[in-house]
Design a protein. Structure first.
Length: 175
């Protein structure tokens, strides 16, 4: 039970950090403004994302955006919470991955329900801002780290399964 409460505290902390950082961007920058932090590599920017990752679906009809960016993520969070509860006695990093997904999804859902878009502000690029990776935020980072943990788990499970398989022996011909 201690793991559950630790992960709840982590989720709450990450959601608060996500919302506070987005609020700081909204109150300090005007929409579209960028502030170079590391010239030629990283800027803080105020970006409104009405779509999903990389802006997918941003220009879709309202009914599409409501279903795919409000309705389904709420259902998805419920399912991930179920998986979190189910994995509490397993490896910690799996439970951690689910907690990170919940925190990230919740942080972005708060934006979508309250603003109608997600505030993104971390922008990495090469040499000039025209060559930038799509801007993201703390919530997106949580989800990305969780995906990495789940990929690592998948690879470890494949290796463990392969190690348990009997080795193919040379076929012996029968007379």
């Amino acid at each position: 039970m201690a793991r559950f409460w630790t992960l709840c505290l982590l989720m709450a902390t990450l959601i608060i950090v996500d919302q506070l950082s987005k609020g700081a961007i909204q109150s300090s920058l005007f929409y579209g403004q960028t502030i170079p932090v590391i010239e030629g590599f990283f800027s803080i920017a105020y970006v409104k994302n009405t779509g999903a990752a990389f802006g997918f679906g941003a220009d879709g009809p309202t009914w599409f955006r409501q279903i795919f960016f409000l309705g389904l993520p709420v259902i998805f969070c419920g399912w991930i919470f179920f998986l979190l509860i189910k994995t509490l006695k397993g490896p910690f990093f799996i439970s951690l991955a689910y907690a990170l997904i919940i925190a990230g999804a919740t942080g972005n859902l708060i934006d979508r329900f309250s603003l109608g878009y997600v505030v993104d502000f971390l922008m990495f690029y090469w040499k000039n801002e025209a060559n930038h990776f799509p801007a993201f935020n703390v919530a997106d980072s949580c989800i990305t780290i969780a995906a990495g943990l789940l990929i690592i788990d998948f690879i470890l499970q494949l290796k463990a399964k392969k190690a348990q398989e009997p080795h193919a022996s040379n076929p012996v011909s029968k007379p």
